[in-house]
Design a protein around this ligand. Structure first.
Ligand SMILES: [Zn+2]
Length: 359
């Protein structure tokens, strides 16, 4: 069974069956009381507010009854905690990320099965969350990205539209609407929160060349971190300006190239050579930033990092917008090539995964 030790001034120490221990601060215990007074019974939302109790709050008594923790507080309030529920909180729930390089190809899933078969959708979304990309095959060759919203949606709109057509267009606002090579980049770098998922739907591809290229930004950033930790830090802590605009719109954000989460893990890569703006030259450390950025750019654009394949008509490439960079080779201008893309958000995709798994 469990054992408890009371450091009554600050916390209750609980010893698990395998001998590991966890300190439960008194305020944590009071804050997480699950009783019907402290929680709304209809919604399970917390009603108790921490500021209602003294910061030096201590329990009067602490008892362990059949792996349940029973506390009596000075005001007479009683709290009961399930030991196994507390134990579950101590085990981090993280998605295992599978990093990859040039030899990788996205796992393929049939479009019809992905949209209609829940267990295929679960496989596909789990694969997407782990590798940052999947390929849907046998998709329509007409506008269809709206049909993905039950699995991925809602669509994330920006001022530049909802579903974007990428065709050769001499009036287009970015290099995508030419037949030129498009170097590896993440989209909407000029937003503080760029779309975290992007679907690239090839409707027609009758061109020569124009192969699609994807790069695992997390894999490159991890190798970069191991090889050059100081330069890696430089890219995490130096804000970089990005701008995307057209005749009617003007978007601008200043953010680092590499974003860390609060645990120091790589959480996002923002890389867009074509939309990066001049940095303040008076900024301290700019020379070192540029050395770091040069090395990172060399790695991002290296053959070793690029997975290259041809995206055919009726295929949809889904990429994690904060992780996987996309690119394409130049193609012949006179042949028919029509790509549509739309954006989604990871939070919504994970929501659909959880809801399907609950069924
Ligand atoms: Zn309570």
């Amino acid at each position: 069974g469990l054992r408890i030790m009371i450091n009554k001034d600050e916390s209750v120490e609980i010893t698990w069956k395998n001998g590991e221990t966890t300190l439960l601060p008194n305020l944590w215990l009071r804050d997480n009381c699950a009783c019907d007074v402290c929680r709304n019974t209809q919604t399970t939302e917390k009603l108790f507010q921490l500021a209602q109790v003294d910061v030096n709050l201590m329990p009067e008594t602490v008892d362990l009854i059949e792996d349940e923790l029973h506390l009596l507080w000075p005001d007479g309030h009683r709290s009961v905690y399930d030991g196994s529920a507390i134990r579950a909180l101590t085990i981090p729930q993280t998605t295992h990320l599978r990093l990859w390089s040039s030899e990788f190809r996205p796992q393929q899933f049939d479009y019809g099965k992905f949209t209609h078969n829940d267990s295929i959708a679960v496989d596909a979304i789990e694969n997407f969350l782990s590798t940052g990309t999947i390929l849907l095959t046998n998709a329509p060759t007409t506008e269809s990205l709206e049909y993905l919203t039950p699995r991925l949606g809602p669509l994330r709109e920006t001022v530049f539209g909802r579903i974007h057509n990428v065709v050769v267009d001499s009036t287009g606002y970015n290099v995508a609407s030419t037949n030129l090579e498009l170097p590896p980049h993440t989209d909407l770098s000029s937003y503080s929160w760029p779309p975290s998922a992007q679907a690239l739907h090839m409707l027609v591809n009758e061109t020569e060349h124009g192969e699609s290229i994807i790069v695992d930004g997390f894999a490159v950033a991890t190798q970069f971190r191991n090889a050059h930790p100081n330069w890696f830090d430089r890219l995490c802590y130096t804000p970089v300006p990005f701008r995307i605009f057209d005749d009617n719109n003007e978007t601008f954000a200043t953010q680092p190239i590499i974003q860390l989460d609060t645990g120091g893990q790589i959480a996002g890569v923002r890389y867009s050579n074509q939309t990066m703006q001049p940095m303040n030259p008076a900024r301290t450390g700019l020379t070192e930033f540029y050395r770091a950025y040069h090395e990172f750019s060399t790695r991002i654009t290296s053959d070793q990092a690029k997975a290259i394949f041809r995206l055919e008509g009726g295929q949809i490439l889904l990429v994690a917008g904060h992780r996987v960079l996309h690119a394409r080779k130049a193609f012949s201008a006179n042949a028919n090539r029509h790509l549509q893309d739309a954006y989604f958000e990871h939070d919504n995709i994970r929501n659909h995964l959880t809801v399907i798994q609950r069924r």
